[in-house]
Design a protein around this ligand. Structure first.
Ligand code: PRP
Ligand code: MN
Ligand code: MG
Length: 181
């Protein structure tokens, strides 16, 4: 079978660079949450890799829950429509919630999610994302933990997909043009 990594034209971040940065963020999160248990809320499906790696880099107690919320169809552009496909199993009232995302692009998904979660009255609510694109800044979402600010290009790997594929690439990069045609 063809090696999916050969569909990348550019590698932006290697697996090592991602893990190195996650270790730094985990240290910071452990300090910030000293003495408090964390409820990690992962946003399916993109955040599965970050969730798995961040949670294991933490030394703090943490629990995990998941929400499925989608603003994208099968293309590379946001549809502008946010839908909850699966809600949390946990009552987050009084909990210290840390939302875990793979990427913030327009910020649309998160601004919807944050106002939705805030109405459930968590003790605290913060956001961690592995990647953030420039447009996210304009969408008023305050993000406490950011792995990397990246250029406005369509990237895949480490949870990020194109039409559901390439999430399982360990590195993050841009796709060769032939993939889109
Ligand atoms: C992607 C990504 C973020 C969101 C960011 O998810 O994982 O959740 O888009 O985009 P935004 O800032 O413009 O809202 P997607 O909706 O593609 O679902 P997926 O995680 O299942 O791929
Ligand atoms: Mn997502
Ligand atoms: Mg997607």
């Amino acid at each position: 079978a063809a090696d999916i990594s050969s569909d990348l034209t550019t590698v932006l971040y290697t697996e090592e660079q991602v893990h190195q940065r996650l270790a730094e963020l985990a240290t910071q999160i452990d300090e910030d949450y000293a003495g408090r248990d964390i409820l990690l809320v992962g946003v399916l499906t993109g955040a599965v890799m970050v969730m798995a790696d961040l949670s294991r880099a933490l030394r703090s107690h943490c629990e995990m829950d998941w929400m499925a919320i989608s603003s994208y169809g099968s293309g590379t552009q946001s549809s502008g429509v946010v839908r909850i496909l699966k809600d949390l199993n946990t009552d987050i009232a009084g909990r210290h919630v840390l939302v875990v995302e793979d990427i913030i692009d327009t910020g649309l998904t998160l601004s919807y999610l944050v106002s939705n979660l805030r109405s459930r009255e968590p003790a605290s609510l913060e956001i961690m994302t592995m990647f953030r694109k420039p447009e996210a800044q304009s969408n008023q979402v305050e993000v406490k933990y950011v792995g990397f600010d990246i250029p406005n290009e369509f990237v895949v790997g480490y949870g990020l997909d194109y039409d559901g594929r390439y999430r399982n690439l360990t590195s993050v990069g841009t796709l060769a043009p032939h993939v889109y045609s």
